[in-house]
Write a new protein. Structure first.
Length: 331
């Protein structure tokens, strides 16, 4: 058994998922690893409940990180209060890289939507982008529109009858719908849900008639259960080349998607941040991670730390304009 090593995933207490490394005959290597980062278990906090796309992606990456780091990697779900509970936990953690945050778009929009946060917005630093997913506009087949022009005409002819589902007030699907309404000069009715599952179920049932969601729901389009209108991206999707972008349909300002990334306490040494960035980038190239991302409609953005930081700044500026223009509030 000398030199044998395997990854053993297991569920633990408190909604934790552990990537435990079982190695035989590798004590000398472990001793060398202990002199640098990491020297103990690494905790990745996900400020969402288990089972969502953010949670699913980080578990794929955690498996690879545990193998590379020769340490256990614990994924802990700390949902609640619009992601602020889990985010605050990492903001208060020791700045040594052993506690990380894996979060999404709400990290930026909460800073604009919420009057106060239980942490300082600059207490966390972007370390590595995990992936992006453009928003696709889906409608129920009963809605008599087949393209962006038809959707805009319908909304103008029947104000308030375009009922947009979302995964919650201030979520990416909600803000993208408001962005579309602002750019197109139309009126929409926002219908928030507690998560993607209930929202999609009501869209499929026709209780609401439109929703922005990930490319993964194109499977429902192929089955005739939904109709895809356009993608809020700079380019068409490889998996649906026939689907136009909003820019090609005359609304260049409608570019939006969800993103997923790692953050660390801001005072974490740059050398540790650099190593985490490199190791995450390598983990994203693992076949099982690539397969998961492809099936979920995710794209590896391949950003450097500086590019990720600039991206976060641009996201904040864009959504601040939309939130203020549309007078969006989160109580």
């Amino acid at each position: 058994m000398s030199g044998f090593c395997r990854i053993r995933p297991a569920w633990g207490r408190g909604a934790q998922w552990v990537v435990a490394l079982a190695c035989a005959g590798m004590a000398p290597m472990a001793a060398v690893q202990a002199e640098g980062f990491p020297t103990r278990t690494v905790q990745i906090v996900v400020p969402y409940p288990p089972g969502g796309l953010t949670d699913g992606l980080v578990r794929q990456v955690a498996t690879e990180l545990g193998q590379k780091w020769k340490q256990s990697v614990v994924v802990e779900n700390r949902g609640g209060a619009g992601t602020t509970i889990g985010t605050a936990q990492v903001a208060r953690a020791d700045a040594d890289g052993h506690t990380l945050l894996f979060t999404s778009t709400g990290f930026v929009t909460n800073q604009i939507l919420m009057k106060s946060l239980p942490y300082e917005s600059d207490s966390l630093a972007p370390v590595a982008m995990g992936g992006t997913a453009p928003n696709v506009l889906y409608v129920h087949p009963s809605l008599p529109v087949h393209d962006v022009a038809g959707l805009v005409a319908y909304a103008k002819a029947k104000p308030g009858e375009l009922r947009f589902a979302s995964t919650g007030n201030g979520s990416s699907p909600h803000l993208t719908a408001e962005l579309l309404a602002s750019e197109a000069g139309i009126s929409i009715l926002h219908v928030p849900y507690k998560g993607a599952g209930p929202a999609l179920n009501d869209l499929l049932a026709g209780h609401v008639n439109a929703m922005f969601h990930f490319p993964a729901s194109l499977a429902q389009v192929k089955q005739g259960k939904l109709r895809a209108i356009a993608v809020a991206a700079d380019a068409r999707l490889a998996e649906a080349p026939e689907l136009t972008t909003f820019a090609q349909a005359g609304l260049p300002g409608v570019v939006s998607g969800s993103w997923f990334g790692f953050f660390a306490p801001a005072a974490t040494p740059d050398a540790v941040k650099d190593q985490i960035h490199r190791d995450v980038a390598q983990a994203l190239q693992a076949p099982h991670v690539q397969r998961y991302m492809r099936d979920a409609g995710l794209v590896d953005a391949g950003m450097s730390r500086a590019q990720f930081a600039a991206f976060i700044g641009n996201e904040r500026a864009k959504w601040e304009r939309v939130i203020k223009a549309r007078n969006i509030r989160v109580e």
